[in-house]
Design a binder for this molecule. Structure first.
Ligand SMILES: Nc1nc2c(ncn2[C@@H]2O[C@H](COP(=O)(O)OP(=O)(O)OP(=O)(O)O)[C@@H](O)[C@H]2O)c(=O)[nH]1
Ligand SMILES: [Mg+2]
Length: 186
């Protein structure tokens, strides 16, 4: 699959202007947003991943098959980031979500081991209030045994139907692409 890093943007003037539809990858810091992008395009080295939370600090735009962008957003909820920096991020993300006309779909990514945290539920409410279509992904599913997986899925289902995913085993990649292709405006 043709997937190219286009640019890293820390303000809206730097967002691509060619009008291709976009899919945003949202979630807490370290939840696996960049790993999900890499798994979907089949290139482990495309989006920068790290075991140090908070590494993605700008919006990274990847052009996929010259057809759409995947937008890797900075993660939220990492406690060790200074408050001022956190507020800058929140502003940048909110500005992107609110103003971006080409945004067609968002993935809200949860760590399957933790399920919904307050900030995830806030974001979910925000997306709904603003009429933004989104899909929920439960990532790192490989870290749970079978019975933990059922428990986790059940808990997440209280708020939305999750797509289980693992960047390690590749579970969920096909289903997530199917979900993308069913979203007609992207
Ligand atoms: N076992 C397992 N580890 C994963 C999975 N997805 C991501 N990881 C690991 O979790 C860590 C964080 O992954 P990233 O993809 O960098 O997470 P991120 O959400 O982009 O993080 P930030 O950009 O810092 O917000 C890395 O060490 C990954 O290797 C998964 O499905 N299974
Ligand atoms: Mg990242």
């Amino acid at each position: 699959m043709l997937a190219e890093f286009v640019r890293s943007a820390s303000s809206s003037e730097q967002f691509p202007a060619d009008g291709l539809p976009e899919i945003a990858f949202l979630g807490r810091s370290n939840v696996g947003k960049s790993s999900l992008i890499n798994a979907l395009v089949g290139n482990r080295g495309l989006a920068f991943t790290s075991s140090t939370p908070g590494r993605t600090q700008a919006l990274n735009f990847y052009r996929i098959e010259n057809k759409r962008y995947f937008v890797d957003l900075p993660g939220y909820g990492y406690a060790r980031v200074p408050r001022a920096a956190m507020e800058d991020w929140a502003k940048l993300i909110e500005h992107y979500l609110q103003e971006r006309k080409t945004l067609g779909l968002s993935f809200l990514i949860l760590d399957a081991r933790r399920g919904w945290m307050d900030k995830d539920l806030d974001l979910k409410s925000w997306l709904e209030a603003h009429g933004h279509p989104y899909l929920v992904v439960a990532s790192k599913i490989d870290k749970l045994n079978q019975s933990e997986q059922s428990q986790s899925m059940k808990a997440i289902r209280r708020h939305a139907e999750p797509l289980p995913f693992s960047a390690v085993t590749g579970r969920g990649v096909r289903e997530i692409w199917q979900a993308i292709s069913k979203t007609h405006h992207i």
